[in-house]
Design a protein around this ligand. Structure first.
Ligand SMILES: [Zn+2]
Length: 322
Protein backbone atom coordinates (compact mmCIF):
# COMPACT_ATOMS: atom_id res chain seq x y z
CA UNK A 1 0.00 0.00 0.00
CA UNK A 2 1.66 3.22 -1.20
CA UNK A 3 -1.28 5.59 -0.78
CA UNK A 4 -1.38 7.82 2.32
CA UNK A 5 -3.46 6.95 5.37
CA UNK A 6 -5.84 9.36 7.05
CA UNK A 7 -5.39 8.64 10.74
CA UNK A 8 -7.10 9.99 13.83
CA UNK A 9 -6.33 9.75 17.53
CA UNK A 10 -9.43 10.67 19.50
CA UNK A 11 -9.49 10.98 23.27
CA UNK A 12 -11.91 12.53 25.73
CA UNK A 13 -10.40 16.02 25.41
CA UNK A 14 -8.74 16.28 22.01
CA UNK A 15 -8.77 14.91 18.51
CA UNK A 16 -5.62 14.76 16.40
CA UNK A 17 -6.22 13.97 12.75
CA UNK A 18 -3.36 13.55 10.28
CA UNK A 19 -2.53 12.41 6.78
CA UNK A 20 0.45 10.07 6.87
CA UNK A 21 2.61 9.02 3.94
CA UNK A 22 3.80 5.48 3.18
CA UNK A 23 7.14 6.49 4.79
CA UNK A 24 5.28 7.56 7.96
CA UNK A 25 5.77 11.25 7.40
CA UNK A 26 3.00 13.42 8.78
CA UNK A 27 1.93 15.37 5.66
CA UNK A 28 -0.71 17.41 7.49
CA UNK A 29 -2.21 17.45 10.96
CA UNK A 30 -5.06 19.16 12.74
CA UNK A 31 -6.01 19.40 16.39
CA UNK A 32 -9.61 19.81 17.50
CA UNK A 33 -11.20 19.77 20.92
CA UNK A 34 -13.36 16.64 21.27
CA UNK A 35 -16.11 18.44 23.21
CA UNK A 36 -17.21 14.94 24.16
CA UNK A 37 -20.14 16.16 26.27
CA UNK A 38 -21.96 17.19 23.05
CA UNK A 39 -22.45 13.47 22.27
CA UNK A 40 -21.47 11.19 19.38
CA UNK A 41 -23.35 12.93 16.53
CA UNK A 42 -21.68 16.30 17.13
CA UNK A 43 -18.24 14.71 17.66
CA UNK A 44 -18.52 12.69 14.44
CA UNK A 45 -19.59 15.81 12.50
CA UNK A 46 -16.51 17.63 13.81
CA UNK A 47 -14.34 14.64 12.90
CA UNK A 48 -15.60 14.56 9.30
CA UNK A 49 -15.15 18.33 8.95
CA UNK A 50 -11.53 18.00 10.13
CA UNK A 51 -10.97 15.18 7.60
CA UNK A 52 -12.38 17.36 4.79
CA UNK A 53 -10.11 20.27 5.71
CA UNK A 54 -7.04 18.00 5.85
CA UNK A 55 -7.82 16.47 2.46
CA UNK A 56 -8.35 19.84 0.82
CA UNK A 57 -5.13 21.19 2.40
CA UNK A 58 -3.32 18.43 0.49
CA UNK A 59 -5.50 18.89 -2.60
CA UNK A 60 -6.49 15.23 -2.24
CA UNK A 61 -9.72 13.39 -2.81
CA UNK A 62 -10.78 10.47 -0.58
CA UNK A 63 -10.13 8.04 -3.48
CA UNK A 64 -6.40 8.81 -3.18
CA UNK A 65 -6.32 7.45 0.38
CA UNK A 66 -5.18 3.90 1.06
CA UNK A 67 -7.19 3.70 4.25
CA UNK A 68 -8.73 5.61 7.11
CA UNK A 69 -7.58 4.40 10.53
CA UNK A 70 -9.48 5.48 13.63
CA UNK A 71 -7.72 5.22 17.01
CA UNK A 72 -10.39 5.83 19.65
CA UNK A 73 -10.23 6.03 23.45
CA UNK A 74 -12.80 3.42 24.22
CA UNK A 75 -13.95 -0.16 24.22
CA UNK A 76 -14.67 -1.57 20.79
CA UNK A 77 -15.80 -4.49 18.73
CA UNK A 78 -13.33 -4.36 15.85
CA UNK A 79 -15.09 -7.22 14.03
CA UNK A 80 -18.34 -5.22 13.81
CA UNK A 81 -16.63 -1.81 13.72
CA UNK A 82 -18.41 -0.54 16.83
CA UNK A 83 -17.23 1.76 19.59
CA UNK A 84 -19.08 -0.15 22.32
CA UNK A 85 -18.55 2.22 25.24
CA UNK A 86 -16.04 4.70 26.60
CA UNK A 87 -15.54 6.29 30.00
CA UNK A 88 -14.08 9.31 28.15
CA UNK A 89 -16.82 9.68 25.53
CA UNK A 90 -20.22 10.01 27.17
CA UNK A 91 -23.15 8.65 25.16
CA UNK A 92 -21.06 6.37 22.95
CA UNK A 93 -22.80 2.99 23.04
CA UNK A 94 -22.37 0.62 20.09
CA UNK A 95 -21.68 3.51 17.68
CA UNK A 96 -20.93 2.00 14.21
CA UNK A 97 -18.13 4.51 13.66
CA UNK A 98 -16.07 2.41 11.23
CA UNK A 99 -18.88 2.02 8.71
CA UNK A 100 -20.19 5.57 9.17
CA UNK A 101 -16.79 7.00 8.20
CA UNK A 102 -15.96 4.29 5.65
CA UNK A 103 -19.25 4.65 3.77
CA UNK A 104 -19.10 8.46 3.85
CA UNK A 105 -15.76 8.47 2.02
CA UNK A 106 -15.88 5.12 0.23
CA UNK A 107 -12.49 4.22 1.72
CA UNK A 108 -11.51 1.04 3.66
CA UNK A 109 -11.69 2.07 7.32
CA UNK A 110 -10.32 0.44 10.47
CA UNK A 111 -10.95 0.90 14.18
CA UNK A 112 -8.30 0.44 16.87
CA UNK A 113 -7.99 1.36 20.54
CA UNK A 114 -5.97 4.57 21.02
CA UNK A 115 -3.47 3.12 23.50
CA UNK A 116 -2.97 0.06 21.31
CA UNK A 117 -2.29 2.37 18.36
CA UNK A 118 0.24 4.36 20.41
CA UNK A 119 1.98 1.10 21.31
CA UNK A 120 2.16 0.08 17.67
CA UNK A 121 3.55 3.51 16.74
CA UNK A 122 6.29 3.34 19.38
CA UNK A 123 7.06 -0.23 18.36
CA UNK A 124 7.61 0.52 14.68
CA UNK A 125 8.93 4.09 14.80
CA UNK A 126 9.87 5.02 18.38
CA UNK A 127 11.21 3.55 21.62
CA UNK A 128 10.43 -0.06 20.66
CA UNK A 129 12.15 -0.01 17.26
CA UNK A 130 14.20 -3.13 16.61
CA UNK A 131 12.46 -5.31 19.22
CA UNK A 132 9.95 -8.15 18.74
CA UNK A 133 8.06 -8.12 22.04
CA UNK A 134 7.02 -4.88 23.68
CA UNK A 135 4.55 -3.62 26.23
CA UNK A 136 3.51 0.01 26.39
CA UNK A 137 1.72 1.87 29.16
CA UNK A 138 0.23 5.30 28.58
CA UNK A 139 0.10 6.98 31.97
CA UNK A 140 -2.05 10.11 31.98
CA UNK A 141 -5.39 10.89 33.62
CA UNK A 142 -5.97 7.14 33.22
CA UNK A 143 -3.65 4.28 32.26
CA UNK A 144 -3.92 2.66 28.86
CA UNK A 145 -1.81 -0.06 27.37
CA UNK A 146 -0.81 -1.98 24.30
CA UNK A 147 0.92 -5.31 23.80
CA UNK A 148 3.11 -6.28 20.84
CA UNK A 149 3.80 -9.99 20.48
CA UNK A 150 6.27 -11.16 17.82
CA UNK A 151 5.91 -7.88 15.95
CA UNK A 152 2.11 -7.79 15.93
CA UNK A 153 -0.30 -5.78 18.01
CA UNK A 154 -2.24 -8.19 20.22
CA UNK A 155 -5.87 -7.01 20.01
CA UNK A 156 -7.64 -10.00 21.58
CA UNK A 157 -10.82 -11.67 20.29
CA UNK A 158 -12.89 -8.50 19.91
CA UNK A 159 -10.27 -5.74 20.03
CA UNK A 160 -10.41 -5.17 23.79
CA UNK A 161 -6.99 -6.51 24.83
CA UNK A 162 -4.32 -4.38 26.48
CA UNK A 163 -6.33 -2.81 29.31
CA UNK A 164 -3.21 -2.79 31.47
CA UNK A 165 -4.58 0.07 33.59
CA UNK A 166 -7.35 -2.21 34.79
CA UNK A 167 -5.25 -5.01 36.19
CA UNK A 168 -6.10 -5.34 39.87
CA UNK A 169 -3.14 -4.39 42.09
CA UNK A 170 -4.73 -3.93 45.52
CA UNK A 171 -7.70 -6.17 46.35
CA UNK A 172 -8.79 -3.76 49.07
CA UNK A 173 -7.99 -0.62 47.08
CA UNK A 174 -10.32 2.06 45.71
CA UNK A 175 -13.24 1.10 43.46
CA UNK A 176 -12.63 1.80 39.78
CA UNK A 177 -15.21 3.11 37.29
CA UNK A 178 -14.70 -0.10 35.30
CA UNK A 179 -16.35 -2.05 38.14
CA UNK A 180 -13.17 -3.68 39.42
CA UNK A 181 -11.39 -2.83 42.68
CA UNK A 182 -7.84 -1.51 43.16
CA UNK A 183 -7.01 -1.17 39.45
CA UNK A 184 -3.53 0.10 38.54
CA UNK A 185 -5.19 3.22 37.10
CA UNK A 186 -6.69 4.02 40.52
CA UNK A 187 -3.23 3.87 42.13
CA UNK A 188 -0.64 5.11 39.64
CA UNK A 189 -2.34 7.50 37.16
CA UNK A 190 -2.03 11.27 37.24
CA UNK A 191 -5.54 11.41 38.70
CA UNK A 192 -4.50 9.02 41.48
CA UNK A 193 -1.43 11.13 42.33
CA UNK A 194 -3.46 14.32 42.51
CA UNK A 195 -6.14 12.64 44.64
CA UNK A 196 -3.54 11.28 47.06
CA UNK A 197 -1.76 14.65 47.36
CA UNK A 198 -5.07 16.39 48.10
CA UNK A 199 -5.99 13.74 50.68
CA UNK A 200 -2.70 14.20 52.53
CA UNK A 201 -3.03 18.00 52.56
CA UNK A 202 -6.61 17.72 53.89
CA UNK A 203 -5.14 15.46 56.59
CA UNK A 204 -3.05 18.44 57.69
CA UNK A 205 0.30 17.67 56.04
CA UNK A 206 2.34 20.63 54.85
CA UNK A 207 3.38 21.09 51.21
CA UNK A 208 4.41 23.82 48.79
CA UNK A 209 1.62 22.42 46.60
CA UNK A 210 -0.85 24.58 48.53
CA UNK A 211 0.98 27.75 47.42
CA UNK A 212 1.51 26.40 43.87
CA UNK A 213 -2.28 26.34 43.31
CA UNK A 214 -2.97 29.57 45.19
CA UNK A 215 -4.66 27.72 48.04
CA UNK A 216 -7.24 25.96 45.79
CA UNK A 217 -6.02 22.46 46.48
CA UNK A 218 -8.69 20.84 44.29
CA UNK A 219 -6.75 22.33 41.33
CA UNK A 220 -3.71 20.14 42.06
CA UNK A 221 -2.79 17.87 39.14
CA UNK A 222 0.12 15.47 38.58
CA UNK A 223 1.98 18.32 36.88
CA UNK A 224 2.01 20.41 40.10
CA UNK A 225 2.97 17.33 42.11
CA UNK A 226 5.98 16.92 39.77
CA UNK A 227 6.96 20.59 40.08
CA UNK A 228 6.73 20.41 43.88
CA UNK A 229 8.80 17.21 44.02
CA UNK A 230 11.55 18.76 41.89
CA UNK A 231 11.61 21.67 44.34
CA UNK A 232 12.28 19.35 47.25
CA UNK A 233 8.73 18.98 48.58
CA UNK A 234 8.59 15.87 50.76
CA UNK A 235 4.84 15.24 50.39
CA UNK A 236 4.99 15.43 46.58
CA UNK A 237 8.08 13.20 46.43
CA UNK A 238 6.35 10.63 48.61
CA UNK A 239 3.15 10.68 46.53
CA UNK A 240 5.19 10.05 43.35
CA UNK A 241 7.22 7.31 45.02
CA UNK A 242 4.02 5.55 46.11
CA UNK A 243 2.49 5.79 42.62
CA UNK A 244 5.77 4.64 41.04
CA UNK A 245 5.85 1.63 43.36
CA UNK A 246 2.31 0.63 42.31
CA UNK A 247 3.33 1.17 38.68
CA UNK A 248 6.35 -1.07 39.31
CA UNK A 249 4.09 -3.82 40.68
CA UNK A 250 2.00 -3.59 37.51
CA UNK A 251 5.19 -3.84 35.44
CA UNK A 252 6.31 -6.92 37.41
CA UNK A 253 3.07 -8.63 36.36
CA UNK A 254 3.61 -7.66 32.71
CA UNK A 255 7.27 -8.77 32.81
CA UNK A 256 6.37 -12.15 34.33
CA UNK A 257 3.52 -12.79 31.88
CA UNK A 258 5.01 -11.44 28.63
CA UNK A 259 8.81 -11.45 29.08
CA UNK A 260 9.12 -8.35 26.83
CA UNK A 261 12.40 -6.85 25.63
CA UNK A 262 11.16 -3.36 26.33
CA UNK A 263 8.42 -1.62 28.28
CA UNK A 264 7.68 1.85 26.96
CA UNK A 265 6.08 4.39 29.27
CA UNK A 266 4.25 7.27 27.59
CA UNK A 267 1.49 9.73 28.45
CA UNK A 268 1.58 13.07 30.24
CA UNK A 269 2.63 11.61 33.61
CA UNK A 270 5.67 9.96 31.98
CA UNK A 271 7.07 13.50 31.72
CA UNK A 272 8.02 13.02 35.40
CA UNK A 273 10.89 11.00 33.90
CA UNK A 274 13.16 9.17 36.30
CA UNK A 275 11.19 10.45 39.31
CA UNK A 276 8.59 7.91 38.17
CA UNK A 277 10.64 5.38 36.18
CA UNK A 278 13.55 4.78 38.53
CA UNK A 279 11.52 3.51 41.54
CA UNK A 280 9.38 1.43 39.14
CA UNK A 281 12.54 -0.14 37.64
CA UNK A 282 13.73 -0.90 41.18
CA UNK A 283 10.50 -2.77 42.01
CA UNK A 284 10.86 -4.82 38.81
CA UNK A 285 14.44 -5.67 39.72
CA UNK A 286 13.39 -6.78 43.22
CA UNK A 287 10.20 -8.69 42.40
CA UNK A 288 10.06 -9.98 38.81
CA UNK A 289 11.50 -13.30 37.59
CA UNK A 290 15.24 -12.75 37.43
CA UNK A 291 15.98 -13.61 33.80
CA UNK A 292 13.04 -11.54 32.54
CA UNK A 293 13.87 -8.65 34.89
CA UNK A 294 17.52 -8.56 33.78
CA UNK A 295 16.52 -8.49 30.14
CA UNK A 296 13.75 -5.91 30.08
CA UNK A 297 14.45 -2.21 29.46
CA UNK A 298 11.95 0.27 30.90
CA UNK A 299 12.17 3.44 28.82
CA UNK A 300 10.21 6.63 28.08
CA UNK A 301 8.19 6.93 24.86
CA UNK A 302 9.70 8.89 21.96
CA UNK A 303 6.91 9.91 19.61
CA UNK A 304 4.98 12.28 21.88
CA UNK A 305 1.54 13.31 20.62
CA UNK A 306 2.04 11.66 17.22
CA UNK A 307 2.29 8.09 18.59
CA UNK A 308 -1.45 7.41 18.18
CA UNK A 309 -1.85 8.62 14.59
CA UNK A 310 1.43 7.03 13.47
CA UNK A 311 0.41 3.77 15.12
CA UNK A 312 -3.02 3.94 13.50
CA UNK A 313 -1.25 4.26 10.12
CA UNK A 314 1.01 1.30 10.94
CA UNK A 315 -2.09 -0.70 11.92
CA UNK A 316 -3.72 0.06 8.53
CA UNK A 317 -0.59 -0.95 6.63
CA UNK A 318 -0.18 -4.18 8.63
CA UNK A 319 -3.77 -5.06 7.77
CA UNK A 320 -2.83 -4.46 4.14
CA UNK A 321 -5.79 -2.34 3.04
CA UNK A 322 -5.48 -1.40 -0.65
ZN1 LIG B 1 -10.55 -0.47 36.43
Amino acid sequence: MKAPVLAVDMGGTKILAAIISDKYQVLAREYQPTLASEGPQAVIRRLLAAFDRLLSSQKMGPSELGAISLAIAGGMDTEKGLVTSSPNLPGWHDVPLRDMVGEHYGVPTLLVNDSSAAALGEYRLGAGKGTRNMVMLTVGTGIGGGIIIEGKLYTGSSGSAGEIGHMAIDVSGPKCKCGNIGCLEMLASGTAMAREAIRRIRDGQQSILIALVGGNIENITAREVGTAARNGDALAADVILEAATYLGIGLVNMVNIFNPEVIVIGGSVAKLGDLLLEPARQVVKERAFRISANLVRIVPAQLGDDAGVLGAAVFARQRGTK
